[in-house]
Design a protein around this ligand. Structure first.
Ligand SMILES: [Zn+2]
Length: 416
């Protein structure tokens, strides 16, 4: 890359910034209980929709837009010379710090600019992913990326020109992409189980033994809009259960799998940080069920359990946080398949040598899906959190190993 003008002095700070990041890199995952006050009151709170618009600067010929699903850009200003500032606000506050952003940027003529990402009610979290075609995405290279952990901002150096560059907190997985993915899955039934608050369909994918299965496996993901790495793990997990082979065939001939891959389509397409269109953290609504999204998933799952008369042997909810962690239940809580959890975790550890599987077990105190699956259905249940910047190939390996481990363990004690 060739630069024809000096860059903004912010980039001179880069080595110092990297040292500062390294110093806090050992911090463990933020526990599930990390919530702003009032998160478990789920009756609904107003949100502000971002203005959808394209902003241009006559003096420099630089353009930016958030006019597409999954975008988030609240404002964009030209500070000076080649420096611009993006302002990112959440849908409402207080809110867990999952500061999602996404915008398209281009210029009338090739140029190199600096864009400072700034946030209200939050701080910079996600390493930017860039794309020229919205199909393939790459993390920004280190030389072009200067996070400022003190200010909670980050400055990006971008080569812009007439061809659009998309900048996003994670490679986007919006509702249309989920639909394309589920449409390509072999041998599944797709059902609309209800509508989100804004009228988007909530879709369930079912496969395996239709009548009198020995057990049900329930899979959900994307209650929280930015948690794309959780979706990548869910995708690998489900595709593995749908794979070819004697183990997969045997599993599907005995068990039935229900998958709701996108629980919060309004939040995902709206570019939200955390909440639904009702302004609520949906994974705090699994006790009161005030929000339609959680209600529809509950009703569809319960209805299939009643129709088949089969026990729910395993439930998994995919999320993302700073590092991989499996949230499980305390061992003094006994599900309908005792021993399945430890056998499953041990099997994953054996299958992925060198991967440090972190487990945090807890009681049933918080109104999250994992606890509902356990309390209401007796299921061994897990919240599988995937690191924001976890290597995408490793996500595939761990999640597909987790699916194979589940099939192996259920083969042994599933019908017990
Ligand atoms: Zn989450």
């Amino acid at each position: 890359m060739h630069f024809d003008r000096p860059m903004h002095p912010r980039f001179l700070l880069l080595p110092v910034v990297i040292l500062a990041l390294g110093a806090c890199g050992d911090r463990g995952p933020i526990p599930e209980s990390y919530d702003p006050p009032g998160s478990t009151i789920t009756t609904g709170r107003p949100i502000s929709d971002q203005p959808r618009r394209t902003i241009g600067f006559r003096e420099t010929g630089v353009w930016v837009s958030n006019e597409y699903a999954g975008a988030r850009l609240s404002d964009f200003v030209h500070v000076e010379d080649s420096l611009y500032r993006a302002v990112i606000r959440p849908e409402n506050a207080p809110i867990n710090n999952s500061a999602w952003y996404g915008f398209a940027i281009w210029a009338d003529a090739p140029d190199t600019i600096a864009v400072e990402l700034t946030y209200e009610d939050g701080t910079h979290r996600y390493v930017p992913k860039l794309s020229r075609d919205r199909a393939t995405w790459q993390p920004i290279v280190d030389e072009d990326y200067a996070p400022d952990t003190t200010a909670g901002t980050a400055t990006l150096r971008l080569a812009v020109g007439p061809d659009t560059t998309w900048v996003s907190a994670q490679e986007p997985w919006i509702s249309g992409r989920f639909d394309a993915w589920t449409a390509g899955l072999p041998g599944v039934v797709r059902t609309d189980i209800g509508e989100s608050l804004r009228g988007r369909p909530i879709r369930m994918v079912s496969f395996g033994r239709e009548s009198s299965p020995e057990g049900l496996v329930m899979v959900i993901s994307r209650q929280h809009p930015p948690e794309v790495t959780g979706t990548l793990a869910m995708k690998a997990f489900v595709e593995t259960l749908l794979g070819d082979g004697p183990q997969e065939d045997a599993f599907r001939s005995r068990f039935r799998v229900l998958v709701v891959p996108l629980v919060n389509p309004d939040g995902v397409d709206g570019g939200h940080w955390r909440h639904s269109a009702g302004g609520i953290d949906l994974n705090r609504d699994w006790l009161d069920f005030n929000q339609p999204e959680a209600r529809h998933v509950r009703d569809a799952m319960v209805s299939e359990a009643e129709r088949t008369g089969a026990p729910v042997v395993f439930a998994i909810d995919f999320h993302s946080t700073q590092e991989d962690v499996f949230y499980t239940h305390s061992r003094d809580l006994v599900p309908n398949r005792p021993g399945l959890l430890d056998a499953w975790l041990d099997s994953i550890r054996v299958a992925v040598p060198g991967y440090e599987l972190v487990e945090e077990a807890s009681g049933l105190g918080s109104p999250v899906s994992k606890n509902w699956f356990f309390e209401a259905l007796g299921a061994t249940s897990v919240t599988y959190e995937v690191g924001d910047e976890q290597d995408r190939d490793l996500i595939d390996r761990v999640a597909s190993s987790a699916a194979r481990a589940l099939m192996a363990v259920l083969e042994r004690n599933g019908g017990a």
